[in-house]
Design a protein around this ligand. Sequence first.
Ligand code: URA
Length: 421
Amino acid sequence: MDVIDRIVKGEPLGKAAIKTTVEGYLTGSVSKEEMTAFLRAVCAHGMSDRDATYLTEVMLESGKTLSFRRRQYPYADKHSTGGVADSTTLIIAPIVAAAGVPFLKMSGRKLGHTGGTIDKLESFYGLRTELTIPEAESVVERTGAAIIAQTKDLVPADKALYKLRDETDTVRSLPLIASSVVSKKLASGADVLVLDVKAGNGAFMKTVEEGEALAKLMVHILHSHGKKAAAVLSDMNSPLGDGVGGAMELVDAVEVLEGKEGRLRDLALLIAGKLITLAKGVAPEEGQREALGILTSGKALAKFREIITAQGGSLELLKQETRDRIFFAREAGVVTAQKDGYVAHVDCVKLGFLARDQENGGGYGMRVPFKVGSAVKAGDALVRLYGKTPTDEAMLRALSDCFVISDAPVEPDPLVYRIIE
Ligand code: URA
């Protein structure tokens, strides 16, 4: 294919050639082998920002684009490139909604080692995530926010390409990730977007430099489509919150709404504050102050109750006694530190996959309170697992192997490396 020669030579492709290739794949005139060769060429040689923008547009044009009834402030949305113990969406949605900014997010299910927001929400008995767009808009009208599963008619090209990328190990490419993420964000109709780009061993982008390049490219494409957008480059060398997998990630978010402090709360506040700032056109400090006030006053928790109820969910899990009875009374295993020291490394990918295995076996997830740089004492619980059946030795050993404890103090990683406005 001529396009592949051009990618290899670093020549511009142009929108027409990209459209012919992507549409051809969807309609069958471009074979799986040819499309794989295209993806491999992009992974190996990259693409100009202009061609990445064209690829995004071609993907966007493969399906429907949503638009909403105008309200006082524009619709806001956020996206994370995927991390472990990241339940920020569940904290951000009620904060932003309580600030009067409409928030309609389409979320995904588990992907690789990362948990999906939709799976977390389904821990609420009765909660519906498969809402139609009019139903979701009506939830937003009533409560200010809705979190729903991706609908099938948005960006079908991404579904097809993502599947092929997954099968052919061509996921890790700046223009391919950027076009995949941004096309979905453009299709989902929000005018204000904050992207949370993860960098670290548990992220697609392993280094801050790669993460920054991805963040800049995505913000550039969003700006060129008239969106108000910013990106936060955040750390993924440690699980973000304490809960990994299953219901524990949901519990983590609820605890933050109830007042728990830590990195999950700090990142959620930063992103919520940015969304409020961009949507209302106020000074950044004002947006941050409003987000903090909403969280600490309990308004975010009250709003969360409204959203869960409007989507048909039971509020039972918002009661501490219920969580204690159905999750915490069922400890299924503990992994302890073998010596005093400092956490020097957490293998987040392995940890995420093990949490997924545990969940697939009927577990409720695990709690992993220590982060890189934390001081630990011999016997401290590095991981506590919850579920109905005891965890087997092999799983406990594998979890223990996710941690490196050093004798010398270790500098904690920053929570946020850069902010791209
Ligand atoms: N998330 C996406 O939606 N697409 C990618 O390519 C990677 C992460």
